[in-house]
Design a protein around this ligand. Sequence first.
Ligand code: SAJ
Length: 416
Amino acid sequence: MKLPFDKISVIGLGYIGLPTAATLASRGVTVIGVDVSPKAVEAINQGRIHIVEPDLDAVVHQVVGAGFLRAVAKPEPADAFVLAVPTPFKGNHKPDLSFVEAAAKSIAPVLKKGNLVILESTSPVGTTEKMSQWLAAARKDLSFPHQKGEKADIQLAYCPERVLPGKVLQELVQNDRIIGGLTKKATQMATDLYKIFVTGQCLPSNARTAEMAKLTENSFRDVNIAFANELSLICAKLGIDVWELIELANHHPRVKILQPGPGVGGHCIAVDPWFIVDSTPKEARMIRTAREVNDGKPHRVIDQVKAALKKTRSRTVACLGLAFKADIDDLRESPAVEIVRELAKDKKLKLLAVEPNVKALPASLAGLPNLHLAELDEAVKKSQVVLLLVNHRSFYEMDRQKLKGKTVLDTRGVWR
Ligand code: SAJ
């Protein structure tokens, strides 16, 4: 079968870009991956990966070996460009589009008439339109959708990724995909591109709706987790077991409450809702409040630890879990790390952190004199207060007899 694109370039070879590049390459497309990190480029060209994602190493090894994927530092001409670069926020919760702008400007010199440019990075509404303008400013010899619409030389679309870390290779292929072109032609071209590897539905829309859909999905989850976290605070005051409460309420056929925890981490759910708040601050009242409830949760946990320590003579706390969620090794933007770092400020405390998925403490915790990485048994044995922060499998499997006589603060409801 003739593929609709001979050569596709993926800009940004991180958690989304690399699996996308490798999956496209595994379907027989020639893929040029571009990344600013020389280490990433070098690793990929040797058939290795620089991130952790199940099964990705084998696919990258295979497609690089077969000559379908090649990594470079500087963009080269291609038929289509897929941009998957980070969109963090700045200190004041304002979206930082500098990586998207830099990526757009880096491909501008190699664009040719007939090219398709797709933005996948989570972005505030209107970013794809901005990209069209950045590219037009750099290439006066070509026309873009905001100038010539369907007849433009270069077509642009926004197509958000929705994959779950840990299941990226399956979800990339199986999830439905929203395809938001700046023009109908762009939507059709991008649909042709994703159909190379997506078995889910390709849902045609426009760029602004597609941008908002991505933000909406993660805000929906954030608001729902905030509801659970707020319930946990209410229940603590009223002397009710929040886990039992949620389990009972979820027996109602139309109620599906999520789980409370020590706060919301990761690079998506704790960030994306702010993009909506930034664009419509007066209207986005519930979305902002949800963010505040979830961001406030680590502080409530710290208060609980301090209250528990007041009642015991021991100064040693076992902190179980550092990752931002269960059974992953990703410690970035983790509420558990935030809580441990804050507790470590009290130099009278000794903290024994247990994180079965890493071999060393992250840079943000390394070097704290009163914090050490420990094995589960040792940490629990040596501590009077046991603080559970992440619902890792090994904590469920622990012999609960070992907790007898200890003050247990279980923020995830693992041991109820
Ligand atoms: N969490 C809770 N209680 C829950 C569920 C989650 O406290 O009931 C916490 C987790 O512990 C974690 C945080 O929320 O700290 C986020 O975890 P997550 O599993 O909800 O989501 P992510 O960040 O791993 O991935 C999300 C997904 N979005 C949705 O489910 C709507 C994923 O599909 C997206 O592709 C990803 O964001 C992204 O890249 O945007």
